[in-house]
Design a protein around this ligand. Structure first.
Ligand code: GTP
Length: 330
């Protein structure tokens, strides 16, 4: 089956990491997020993917110039302006001339979902579209779904008020959709699949949903991005790639952290629950906790960073203390 992966968003919540790099090209334990997503699809028999691009399409084309991602051929549709999640599906289906049922994925979700079971469920229930559901403790940030015993969706409510959610089952961002769904999406303006298309289909009783409780993480915020890295490190995912090579002095203290290729951690520095991209330098006596540092960041002696997101090539001078700060790319 063909899969359209939505990767055209601006990723504003992950700035400054996404200032020049689209979210799905950020590394999770050294491997760009899009490769995690595509290789999972390949494990479920997907033979070709379509990237619905918008923000910084060149980042993908430059990284995968031979037309393959993780060994899977890809096609592209580049939106001239952001069309929203449903608008992007419509545009991609037209550009890629999709005539059959296809998969759609939010490209910023990492999951071990049984995609084959979702496709099977979709055809057994003769649904027009089927969405994967995940149970979460706080559904207020997501699209909440209630279903009948048959799996038919009764209600689809995007981001309900805190404490007023009718269920803890949320839209997990993987869908199987028939070609007829594309014709439901209005042309010529941005359309959200979560706010328009799915609620309308729920009313029309043609939308189904399959419960799944496997590894699932939306990586949209710095905390979640950090968590995605730690989950791989701590073996919560089915696969773990070779980790990047860094040079860490014997007396540096590094715990639960991913340190990118070419990064140096000097003696007496402490790095905990953090992700450092490539070519960072952490000087003697610096402490980095719960932070994400993009490529080429320099952290001077005795500096303390806690809960920070630092853009590439920033210099944090010796002795500084930064708590919960974001620093743009320099
Ligand atoms: P924020 O700006 O931080 O909200 O991030 P985002 O722009 O990625 O938005 P969101 O997390 O809601 O998007 C969910 C998925 O849809 C992500 O994989 C986005 O890349 C993708 N996406 C969102 N809007 C568009 C769009 O207009 N076009 C395309 N092609 N993809 C989109």
């Amino acid at each position: 089956m063909f899969a359209v992966v939505l990767v055209g968003g601006f990723g504003t919540r992950l700035r400054p990491l996404t200032e020049y790099t689209p979210k799905q090209m950020l590394p999770i334990c050294g491997v760009p997020m899009i490769e995690w997503v595509v290789s999972h699809l390949a494990d479920h028999g997907v033979q070709e993917v379509g990237l619905a691009l918008g923000y910084r399409p060149d980042a993908f084309l430059n990284a995968y110039p031979n037309g393959e991602i993780a060994g899977i051929p890809y096609r592209i549709a580049v939106e001239a302006e952001a069309l929203g999640t449903a608008g992007a599906i419509r545009f991609a289906a037209q550009e890629m001339q999709l005539e059959e049922t296809f998969l759609v994925l939010n490209g910023d979700v990492l999951t071990d979902l049984d995609v084959s079971a979702l496709v099977e469920f979709h055809s057994q229930h003769e649904a027009e579209a089927t969405i994967a559901l995940q149970t979460v403790s706080d559904p207020s940030r997501f699209g909440v779904v209630t279903t009948a015993d048959s799996g038919q969706v009764e209600e689809f409510i995007e981001k309900p008020t805190l404490g007023k959610s009718p269920s803890n089952s949320i839209n997990a961002g993987t869908y199987v959709i028939n070609r007829s769904v594309v014709d439901r999406i209005p042309e010529g303006r941005p359309v959200s699949v979560e706010r328009e298309t799915f609620p309308e289909m729920a009313d029309a009783r043609t939308l189904y949903a399959m419960e799944s409780n496997t590894y699932w993480l939306d990586t949209g915020t710095p905390e979640q991005f950090l968590q995605a890295n730690l989950d791989v490190l701590q073996g919560r995912r089915k696969n773990r790639p070779d980790l990047p090579r860094a040079s860490i002095q014997a007396t540096a203290e590094v715990e639960e952290s991913v340190i990118g290729t070419g990064s140096h951690i000097d003696a007496g520095a402490i790095v905990k629950r953090s992700v450092l991209f490539n070519d960072c330098h952490i000087c003697h006596g610096a402490t980095i906790i719960d932070s994400v540092l993009s490529d080429g960041v320099y952290v001077g002696e005795g500096t303390r960073l806690e809960g920070c997101v630092i853009g590439s090539n920033q210099r944090i001078e010796a002795g500084a203390t930064l708590i919960g700060e974001n620093k743009p790319e320099s």
